[in-house]
Design a protein around this ligand. Sequence first.
Ligand code: FAD
Length: 397
Amino acid sequence: MKKICIIGAGYAGLRALEQLAKNPAFHITLIDKNPYHYMQTEAYGYIAGRFDISDIAIDLEGYANGFEENVTFVKQKALSIDPEQKTIQLSDMSLHYDYAVIAVGGMTNFFSFIKGSREFTQGVKNIERAFEFRQAFEKRIYLKLEEKKLNRKGDLHIAIAGAGLSGVEIAAEMAHMLQSYHKILSQKSMQLKISLIDAAGTILPGMDPYIIKNTEKRLRELGVEILTEAFIKEITHREILFQDETTLSFDFVIYTAGIKGALFVQELATEKNRLNQIIPDDYLRLQNYPDIYAIGDCAEIKDQNGDILPPTAQIAEKSAEYVAKNIIRIESKESIQPFHASVDGVFVALGGHYAIGVLFKVIKVKGYSAYMLKKIITRFYRLGLELKVNAGYKKRI
Ligand SMILES: Cc1cc2nc3c(=O)[nH]c(=O)nc-3n(C[C@H](O)[C@H](O)[C@H](O)COP(=O)(O)OP(=O)(O)OC[C@H]3O[C@@H](n4cnc5c(N)ncnc54)[C@H](O)[C@@H]3O)c2cc1C
């Protein structure tokens, strides 16, 4: 039986597992430092208080139990990989592999040139930070309700540094939620403000102009202040300082200005880019190590024109499917083709029952219909996970 170790149970790791587990000739060990799968694409709703923790987390033990006997889940942190010995060192044990799939994702890239970005901001790349922010934010709302003094002016100002997909979705959902809070708190004349900041000349840099234009319109309707070409120099306890010497005071800063490859990648002796992502070969294998694959956010993945694709769950899943199929083909002594990544579409959730999307570059939708399409995609994804968790639960009782 071939031993396959998948490091990381994110979008990429789980999709690879689903494909590989179908083959009874494989034993797959899924490794994650957390006991849950974090649905980051839904984090905007959790942060804003619309979704519960059960909407963004899936128990990995139960999920793995839902497969046949050829799947094992190990909740441990992977520390290093020895390609010569074909072993992975975990916190408390080491595992041998025939194939290893690295799917450790990314982490928030706190830029060293922005002083204070790590100390004074909230990231959203892990549940712990998202939970901390949500608690702190809800406490503020509660204090206001109790008519306790908030800050100097008695208002509430949230700044979001980074107007990519995650920053935009969080800004829109928070603005939408704040509108409903405002209805409760209006008597207390609370001023609620959200500023979305980016150094680029536009929000959602690199995305379809239809999405950019309509997202901007929607954000403005929700009362979000958009600051583009705004270069942050420093973040202090209560203020953002820009390079042009202007300042912006805040109660919370959510930092979504970029990601880099997870820490595990740092220790790997392989080619990496400036964002600490693995540069794999055309088959998503580590250079010189054909039995180790890199998928998802921790890998630099290019499209057919050679342009690096932004890290998304969609590309993570596509790269996982491709690698799983390759392993199956190699074991069946079949030939393999290079990976050709392409983006099918993008949907941006923009507060409440509103979204904007472009599918296959030509189908453009906005409003409730786009929201429903996005919802259906997420629902299907989640349903697959829930079915496995339920099956795993039934096996134990
Ligand atoms: C707020 C937000 C909104 C987003 N919205 C969208 C969207 O609408 N559409 C979209 O396509 N994408 C979206 N994304 C991006 C998407 O979530 C990522 O591209 C996706 O999560 C990448 O999947 P992955 O499997 O590569 O990594 P991840 O999902 O990050 O998973 C990596 C896993 O590896 C584990 N891990 C890391 N290091 C170790 C270690 N040393 N040992 C063991 N385990 C380890 C982690 O615990 C984690 O479970 C959004 C991201 C955020 C933050």
